[in-house]
Design a protein around this ligand. Structure first.
Ligand code: FES
Length: 253
């Protein structure tokens, strides 16, 4: 069983310190200077099993700091204004409220697995140590149960949530409020902007999306479910070039 069973954001409401505003036709405006690091997906054999490897820290010298969401800035992860001249569709198409449409629940021996395909970001942790659905089915075996919980709680976009079948309690990693720039070296692509720890996400008009412990926003500019990542970055092999670059300081603009 995971030792990360928690009630996300119960003790410490990160909305008091940090926030992200998705502008209608431009960047993400990040308030409060939360930590921002590269987060590389590691699926292969490694100590501790599959997970994220934290990389370079990017500074937020201004408050707010504008981060690119069109995918074309030459100063990634920061916005350089290119969204005004590049060809992309900034339309925010995702509903403000979470819906249950398309969701399924798999009942296993000791676990249940909620599956919301709309939140898939193609991180592929669900296959890292065996197919998560098969593992849930065999969750009366301690090792299968451990792997199923670990794979589900690693899912960065929150497509998968494992719950103890008896208590109904979800398994969630307790993330500090922070942002991540997802990299997926195994498929040669970069992913979205990872909001962790319940950071508030809202639109310019003040409407707020449901706060979640883990959610991924599109930063390649190609998602059909903006502001959320829908995995399109993987099929177009979008690269941000950040793993090869020394970060530059953020400046106004
Ligand atoms: S970053 Fe995933 S679809 Fe754009």
């Amino acid at each position: 069983m995971s030792d990360h069973k928690i009630e996300p954001t119960k003790k410490d409401n990160p909305a008091d310190r940090y926030g992200v505003v998705v502008t209608e036709k431009g960047p993400y405006l990040v308030y409060g200077r939360p930590p921002l690091n590269l987060q590389s997906i590691r699926l292969g054999p490694r100590p501790g099993g599959p997970g994220f490897e934290e990389g370079t820290r990017f500074e937020m010298r201004t408050d707010p700091t504008a981060l690119c969401r069109c995918g074309a800035s030459r100063r990634k992860p920061y916005c350089d204004g290119t969204h005004a001249t590049t060809a992309w569709d900034p339309t925010l198409t995702a509903p403000m409220q979470e819906t249950t449409a398309g969701r399924t629940v798999i009942e296993g021996a000791t676990l249940t697995l909620e599956d919301n395909p709309r939140r898939c970001t193609l991180a592929r942790f669900c296959q890292a140590e065996g197919d998560v659905r098969s593992l849930v089915g065999r969750s009366d075996e301690p090792e299968s149960r451990r792997r199923a919980v670990h794979e589900a709680e690693l899912c960065p976009g929150g497509r998968l949530t494992a719950r103890d079948r008896q208590s109904g309690e979800p398994f969630e990693i307790l993330y500090e409020p922070s942002l991540g720039l997802i990299e997926a070296p195994s498929i040669g692509a970069s992913g979205g902007l990872w909001l962790r720890g319940g950071i508030t996400l809202r639109r310019e008009d003040g409407r707020t999306y449901a706060a979640r412990n883990r959610v991924v926003l599109c930063r390649c500019g190609r998602s059909a479910d903006k502001p959320f990542c829908d995995g399109t970055h993987a099929s177009v092999k979008w690269r941000d070039g950040l793993e090869e670059r020394v970060p530059e300081p953020a400046t106004e603009g």
